[in-house]
Design a protein. Sequence first.
Length: 476
Amino acid sequence: MLFNSISFAIFLPVVFALYWFVAQKNLKLQNLLLLVASYYFYACWDYRFLFLLIFSTLLDYYTGIQMHEARNERLKKFWFWLSISVNLGFLGVFKYYNFFVQSAADALSAVGIQSNFWTLSIILPVGISFYTFHGLSYVIDIYKGRIKPEKNVIDYSVFVSFFPLLVAGPIERATHLLPQIQTRRIFNSARAADGLRQILWGLFKKLVIADNCAEYANMAFSSNDHTGSTHIMGVVFFTFQIYGDFSGYSDIALGTARLFGIDLLRNFAFPFFSRDVSEYWRRWHISLSSWFKDYLYIPLGGSRGGTWMKIRNTFIIFLVSGFWHGAAWTYVFWGFLNAVFMLPSLLSKRKPDMEIVAKGRIFATPKEMGQILLTFALTVFMFIFFRATDMHHAFEYLGEIISPSTFTKPYGIRNEVVWLVLTFIFIEWMGREGNYAIEKIGLRWPTPLRLAFYYVLLGVIFMYAGSSQEFIYFQF
């Protein structure tokens, strides 16, 4: 069930009505309704994998309690490693088994040994990387004594499977989401209106920006017979596609959750206005970046051991992050490149400037604009490897870019898509001081003008929606 589908347009109002008009005064009923709705939402993707979600949820719920009540450290470790092993085992089998088998076969073939390993003909359960990380953070936090286990199985199950974040995040923490699930929610019209605004902007990002950019990006990456300039525009459009797609999903997820009185973690903070790669990664997929920081980077020693330990740990988390995105060497190399481009900040020991660029001003300074454009160019370059089907394809694509045909006019670009992207950048720039672009734009305008702005956005969505594409991060 896609966020941009007719079925979701029916599903959401029905659940909303039941939640606020039938179950409003009963917290237990509200949570039970959210759980049933979430399982139905997930079953619409593939009901066969619903058991996997439920099993993972019950395993972490039970092991959390057992760890807390364990009589000794040895028993506590047993339950901890049982949960970790089973969760990572499921993730490994479904997502990485064939990758490791094929990599081993290729390595043996390179030294003249032919192999015939058994591979699995299975599909990847949607959202498994996300709900697995929900459970892992919960179990690790209990093991470290940061939180106590949740005794109410319904409340814990909602934390893991709350439908707005179930299939593509953001990756939530028990310390942030569980207290909200356990607290009675009261309908707030201003909060709901804010949620609808964020949903509207998310749909604009996905349907108008991402889906239109996808058509050109898919054409450019489908063959290396295009000109270098066409390849450049192809990866630029892919960069806007993946941003509009994933941040659009996150906006819809956060807005939908707010309709039910729940605030999810912010996942994007205008990353294309970053002044270096270090700042970029504090603004892009924030929930994943912070997850790796808290559960991998800091346990490895963080930056406590000096510059070289910081560099080592940075490379580790980016390589793991690349591998998390997909079972392919292109993702691993993409992670490696990110770590390489982090080196200037690490070696200079310069902390990223997290102040909003040109705060309180309309225009950035020439220095700020140069930093933004350089960071964006590095991001675009790295996305060649993220989008390519394999390493050979990536280097062929890159080879076409540095050919003489780069200085020719790109072909196949529709003018209206260019104008839509430029308009999108303008709105994002004007709204960069908010949590999302149109959060504050128009709030002080007269009501008719503000409503007209929203209707214009809605009209643009209906007029310029590209051919329907699945959300990119569903495959991760």
